[in-house]
Every structure is written in structure tokens, then in C-alpha cells.
Design a protein. Structure first.
Length: 280
């Protein structure tokens, strides 16, 4: 996505960044990713974009985005490759080049986290790092709670409420996906309908993503054993407070970068913070 995208946050009553993944400027890639596909635990095909060689780092993108848009176009993948990592960026179920099933049974709770467990098993990884932005950050947390054990984890664009409860943000997305111009906020509805059309996203699959959301308790966050970086834009509170999330994590640290939810995802400071954390 190359456009500046905004939508009304009905809870705050003001215009805020909407895209869960970056609306990043396109840049020339030093290394074109290779794309492969595998069947997840239930047979849904997942596309995986890889580049580089070295320590594996799995990169999970945001809602309405893709591995290419969140990680390759802003240059974050290149920074990681240059630092000696092999980047592994799947398109989450329903997004990018991955399968987008519409049947309700294809969207059980925690399905995105289960897909990541299937990916790790498919690749035979035993020692890896995990990085997610927004929906990808929430999915990373759920995957670790479900038993994945990355060496280190980085969560971008995420706060405590975004992990623990879907809240008004998810309700706005659902209303807009279902009702478009007839949504409670017609501006958000029109925009999201246009965005899905532009990205080739299936509305029923996007509703499936929301239906699969699994709430997380404070106790589960406090029990996460993984050293975790929370990196968030200075004007980004779309998913709640990053400070509160770090306080819950037993091994958490916080880096604030420029921008709101959308802009921060594409800043070089975000990629640089992740590289520093993973190479420390």
C-alpha cells in the first residue's frame, strides 16, 4: 500500500492511523525474496517469503497487509539480512498470497498462531527469533503462549489492551467490513471497503481473522519467558499503552520510535531497533 490511509477511531472520536501494517514507500530491494508455499495444519496453503542466510527470524505482518508490505518494502528485511539473519515472512492466512478460506471452520480461535507453529515445524526450526507488527505482534504473543519458544521476540505497534482484548478497534473493523458506507462510521466503512478491493482481500476471510481472535490474560503475559522488545510509535496508541505491556512482561524492554501506528511501521528506526535487540 503506497497511500496514506486514515480512518476514524470511534472510541476516541478522532482520526487515527488505520492500517495494521505499514503503508510503506516502495524501495529497491537488494535481495528479492524467494516465495514458497506449504500446507498448514488444516491444509490451508500459506505463502512464505524468505531472504538471506544465517539465524532465522520469523516476521509476522499486520491486518490488511502482507509479508512484502510490512517487512520488505520499508527495508526492514534488508536490515536484518545485512545483520546476518535469514528472514522468513509468511503471509498470514487470508492475506497476500496465502489461502483465504471463507468457511467458519477454517477460522477457529488462535488459528493464526497455530499456523506459525505449523510453519516452524515445517521448516524444522529449533532456534529462531520472532517479530510481529500489530496483528503480527498479537499473533506472536499467542504463539508463545501456545508453546513456541523463540530465543527473542519483538512486538511492534502493540500495547496491553491490543493483546488482551479486541475492543472497539475490532468492532470498528467488523462493522466497516460488513456494512461499508452504511457502517456506524461511513468514512471508515468506505475506506476499508476500498482498501479490501485494492488489496484483493476477501471480506469473509477478514471477518474470519477477527473471529479467530483469542483474548489473553494478564497472568499469561506475566508468564511469558521470552526476552521481548516492545517498539511503538510515539503517537501510536491504537492498540493501547506499550508502557503497560512492558510492565506486564517479565523480560520486556521498550523503544519508542517516531510516528503513529501507520507511519511507525515504515520508519527506519523501527527496523534498527529490532536489529539492535536481536543482535544484543
Amino acid at each position: 500500500m503506497s497511500l496514506h490511509r486514515q480512518a476514524l477511531n470511534p472510541a476516541a472520536g478522532e482520526i487515527q492511523g488505520l492500517d495494521e501494517g505499514a503503508a510503506a514507500p516502495q524501495v529497491d530491494l537488494m535481495t528479492e525474496p524467494q516465495t514458497t508455499r506449504f500446507q498448514s495444519f488444516d491444509g490451508v496453503e500459506i505463502a512464505v517469503h524468505t531472504a538471506g542466510a544465517g539465524r532465522p527470524v520469523v516476521l509476522l505482518h499486520g491486518f490488511f497487509s502482507s509479508g512484502q508490505q510490512n517487512w520488505f518494502l520499508p527495508g526492514h528485511a534488508e536490515r536484518l539480512v545485512a545483520a546476518g539473519f535469514q528472514v522468513i515472512a509468511p503471509d498470514l492466512r487470508g492475506h497476500g498470497e496465502s489461502g483465504a478460506p471463507v468457511e467458519a471452520e477454517a477460522w477457529p480461535q488462535d488459528v493464526l498462531a497455530r499456523d506459525q507453529a505449523a510453519l516452524i515445524a515445517h521448516l524444522g526450526l529449533s532456534d529462531f527469533d520472532l517479530v510481529g507488527y500489530s496483528l503480527g505482534a498479537r499473533t506472536s504473543v499467542r504463539a508463545v503462549i501456545g508453546g513456541l519458544r523463540p530465543r527473542r521476540m519483538a512486538l511492534g505497534g502493540m500495547g496491553a489492551s491490543g493483546v488482551m482484548a479486541a475492543g472497539a478497534r475490532a468492532a470498528m473493523f467488523e462493522d466497516s467490513i460488513r456494512n461499508g458506507a452504511n457502517a456506524r462510521d461511513p468514512r471508515a466503512g468506505k475506506f476499508i471497503q476500498a482498501l479490501m478491493a485494492e488489496m484483493g482481500l476477501n471480506p469473509q476471510a477478514m471477518l474470519g481473522v477477527l473471529a479467530a481472535f483469542q483474548e489473553t490474560t494478564e497472568g499469561q503475559i506475566r508468564a511469558i519467558p521470552t526476552p521481548t522488545l516492545v517498539v511503538c510509535g510515539e503517537a501510536d496508541r491504537d492498540n493501547g499503552s506499550p508502557h503497560e505491556l512492558v510492565e506486564l512482561l517479565p523480560h520486556g524492554e521498550l523503544v519508542i520510535v517516531p510516528g503513529d501506528h501507520r507511519a511507525a511501521a515504515a520508519t527506519p528506526e523501527l527496523g534498527e531497533a529490532v536489529v539492535r535487540f536481536l543482535t544484543a
